[in-house]
Design a binder for this molecule. Structure first.
Ligand SMILES: Nc1ncnc2c1ncn2[C@@H]1O[C@H](COP(=O)(O)OP(=O)(O)O)[C@@H](O)[C@H]1O
Ligand SMILES: [Mg+2]
Length: 338
């Protein structure tokens, strides 16, 4: 198969994606080992995308959700390739919004009866005193639309109105969007890598993530921890795994995720599980990303095995060119007959 891996290499992005150039190269090399003709296409303009579609690859693997356009609207790769009728990996534009906008994912799942932390949103000056807050401390403040721990640190954990106002202001100055304020979940943290095969079978790999304890005595997976790689990943004991995996699968299905995704789950102090967020273009760095690491720790899968399973569902949607030629000649014949 001729496969192009599409990225804008927008490394400053606060959004999820396979990761740096190196992570994309890891994916390309793995596909080459499987005998595919895989290339990395760095697309930074509509013209670059048009050139990809002119080459008519059998499949495009989207390493990012969209390409930022200066002074214009972002171009969402899934939308673009869907219009060009080129088979692409991962979820549709409609589902990817749940990855970019945590509030929309939480709203959707709450309606579906799936546990997610209580929340409200806030902009600076919206609440005049703690009596105005919909519920009280401890609270956890984070950006609505960021990933990779961006904007998240010990100041996200809030126990008084002064700290609440300060974190709302600092996040708002950075992200210019209402801030997501959640009830603080004080329990353990997990991530579940899910791969759906062409037959609809879900392969789940769940691990516990243990961030290092901060000087404030907190264990938060913020940007600094992720950058320094100081968290540890651990296999989950038998009696906990069912609730965690079931919640992740329910969220995966309810959000309409296609092919693969990573669902973050957190427990409260009583061990009850909550959906935290969906990562639908998960990091794919061979050595450090949670998705391949979870597959290895939970199911002993090699990196190549993970990539081949992710490709399986995509390739089942690729209509072989021979069949396409066939159906076109049938169409032409029936046109001629009328
Ligand atoms: N409601 C919460 N209570 C406690 N900790 C939280 C809560 N929400 C997020 N966190 C902590 O912040 C980290 C990042 O949050 P998350 O929503 O997964 O954002 P990101 O997209 O940056 O990964 C989590 O991995 C967890 O450690
Ligand atoms: Mg997360």
């Amino acid at each position: 198969m001729r496969i192009e891996i599409i990225t804008s290499l927008n490394s400053g992005s606060k959004e999820t994606g396979f990761g740096s150039h190196l992570a994309c190269v890891n994916v390309v090399e793995s596909m080459e080992r499987m005998g595919h003709m895989a290339t990395l296409s760095i697309c930074t303009s509509l013209n670059d995308l048009d050139n990809v579609s002119k080459r008519k690859p059998d499949l495009v693997v989207l390493a990012e959700k969209y390409m930022p356009v200066e002074g214009g609207n972002d171009i969402w790769f899934s939308e673009y390739f869907s219009r060009k009728k080129i088979t692409f990996s991962g979820s549709s534009r409609e589902t990817l919004k749940y990855d970019s906008d945590k509030v929309s994912a939480k709203l959707h799942l709450r309606h579906a009866g799936i546990n997610t932390a209580k929340y409200f949103t806030a902009i600076p000056g919206q609440f005049h005193s703690e009596n105005d807050l919909p519920f009280l401390y401890p609270l956890f403040l984070k950006p609505t639309d960021a990933a990779n721990g961006n904007g998240i640190d010990d100041f996200s954990f809030v126990q008084n109105f002064g700290d609440f106002e300060a974190k709302v202001l600092s996040l708002y100055n950075l992200y210019r969007l209402p801030i997501l304020v959640e009830e603080y979940l004080g329990g353990r943290e997990f991530t579940v890598a899910i791969i759906e095969t062409d037959t609809g079978r879900m392969i789940t790999s769940a691990v516990e993530i243990i961030p290092p304890e901060s000087t404030e005595g907190l264990r938060i997976l913020g940007a600094e921890v992720k950058k320094l790689d100081t968290e540890s990943l651990k296999i989950i004991e038998e009696n906990d795994i069912k609730n965690i995996v079931n919640l992740a699968i329910e969220a995966f299905i309810s959000l309409g995720v296609r092919g693969f995704g990573r669902i973050d789950v957190k427990m409260d102090d009583n061990g009850k599980c909550y959906f935290m967020e969906a990562n639908l273009v998960p990091g794919m760095n061979l050595g450090t990303s949670y998705f391949p690491q979870a597959c290895k720790i939970a199911n002993g899968m090699s990196y190549d095995k993970v990539i081949s399973l992710m490709l399986e569902e995509c390739l089942s949607r690729v209509i072989p060119k021979s069949m396409l030629a066939n159906s076109q000649s049938i169409e032409n014949r029936s046109l001629q007959m009328h």
